[in-house]
Write a new protein. Structure first.
Length: 435
């Protein structure tokens, strides 16, 4: 049933739609470059413009679908976890999982089944959005970590319940407050928010969301039934073929961003004087950056192996240029560095290595995980460094001190367990609004 939007929301949408084409044109070259570098963008390309084949239309016809709106790999992994929980609570649920990136699509497609259909997000232009709504005909819409205003508005026009599972970094919060008069009316269209921490309630209230629509559920990204490790024997055998002794210390840098691989490689080069058997594993956040990483490391004259090529000869460094394996690689580490925390802002998920029993080290920029890293800092459960010199000092100390490594990992894991069960709480919160 069509429903009119509030006047203030209509004004915000007019402003958004006025500026969107200009912003899109500015961002388009970088977006296209990433598409070409990542590959796989041709598959179902027309879905980005709301165009579906007859077979795809038939897939949705007559069904009852929940639309889960995701973006890239990290959000997609969370979406899959939520999808499985929804299905467990209601075995009749069908889920349309939409993603933006080809890497996210590849991850989601591996999990596709009779009740889970993977599609691409349409560009957030009203004609494309309406076309997809007409095809999928979802009974509710759930956003993960980011809101697309036209998609949200069209769902509300059609009378659908809309839920949001946000990640509100301090940087995003400051930006939203500067334009609160514009974003507030958009946020007020949301029926239910599932936030991670109790303090998040006041933050979202300050942005215009009514308190009675907010539920504290914990962070589903930190809710694990297992810490992984199933592929450890396979990965251990690969390291043996690369000449890595079973008791050799391993420094692993997970989800790294440009510049961080070179920092870790230089640090590794210097630390080998103290730890001759030390081995380095680099896992770039975006695998298409692999040629750039190799070029960065070339001046150091290190023997570099690529995960995609297997073990051809002994190596000093392994670049894991494959997706979906990082959680299991963490189990082989002695010390873990968390990427996107020195040369970039935001940080990557620091919990998976902790659940693998490993101590974590990260730089000053962990804004996306401020709640948990703040707790870790208070409880001396992880190591946050200010710069490269301190990074070298702390990693060297951890490599030399097994007792400290174990105590850090143990305290960090105890704090993480507070989020166990968050997935079920989150699903119940976002499904609490009746259809």
């Amino acid at each position: 049933m069509a429903a009119p939007l509030p006047a203030d929301a209509r004004r915000s949408l007019r402003l958004y739609n006025f500026f969107f084409p200009f912003v899109f044109v500015v961002l388009l070259p970088g977006y296209l470059l990433r598409m070409f570098r990542r590959g796989g963008y041709q598959e179902k390309f027309a879905q980005r413009f709301g165009r579906y084949t007859a077979e795809e239309r038939q897939r949705f016809a007559g069904g009852s679908w929940v639309w889960l709106h995701s973006i890239s790999v990290g959000e997609t992994l969370l979406a899959l976890k939520l999808a499985r929980q929804m299905r467990a609570l209601d075995p009749t649920t069908n889920i349309a999982l939409s993603v933006t990136t080809s890497t996210g699509f590849a991850v989601a497609r591996e999990a596709a089944c009779e009740w889970l259909e993977v599609i691409y997000n349409p560009l957030d232009l009203l004609s494309f959005v309406r076309s997809v709504f007409d095809i999928v005909q979802p009974k509710r819409l759930i956003f993960l970590e980011a809101i697309w205003p036209n998609l949200l508005a069209e769902a509300k026009r059609r009378g659908l319940p809309v839920a949001f599972i946000p990640r509100l970094s301090p940087r995003s919060e400051r930006r939203f407050h500067r334009v609160r008069g514009v974003v507030g009316p958009i946020f007020r269209l949301i029926d239910a928010l599932a936030v991670q921490e109790p303090e998040d309630v006041a933050r979202w209230e300050s942005l215009g969301v009514s308190k009675d629509r907010i539920r504290v559920t914990g962070n589903s990204k930190f809710d694990y039934t297992t810490g992984g490790g199933e592929r450890v024997p396979e990965f251990r055998a690969l390291l043996q073929q690369l000449g890595v002794l079973d008791d050799a210390p391993v420094l692993l840098a997970g989800s790294t961003f440009p510049g961080e691989e070179l920092i870790l490689a230089k640090l590794y080069f210097e630390l080998r004087a103290r730890f001759p058997n030390l081995f380095l594993i680099l896992v770039p956040r975006h695998v298409e950056r692999t040629p750039d990483v190799i070029a960065d490391l070339r001046p150091l004259d290190l023997r570099v192996a690529l995960r995609s090529e297997g073990a051809k000869s002994p190596a000093d460094v392994l670049i894991v240029n494959t997706t979906g394996e990082l959680r299991d690689w963490y189990h082989l580490a002695t010390v873990v560095f968390i990427g996107k925390s020195i040369t970039a802002h935001g940080g990557q998920n620091p919990v998976e290595p902790v659940l693998a029993g490993k101590p974590v080290v990260y730089g000053p920029n962990m804004e996306n995980f401020i709640a948990i890293v703040s707790r870790w800092r208070e409880e001396d459960a992880a190591v946050q460094v200010r710069d490269e010199a301190e990074l070298k000092e702390q990693i060297g100390d951890l490599l030399a001190n097994a007792t400290r490594r174990e105590s850090l990992a143990l305290r960090a894991r105890e704090i993480v367990t507070a989020h166990f069960g968050a997935t079920e709480r989150t699903v119940k919160a976002v499904l609490s609004v009746p259809v």
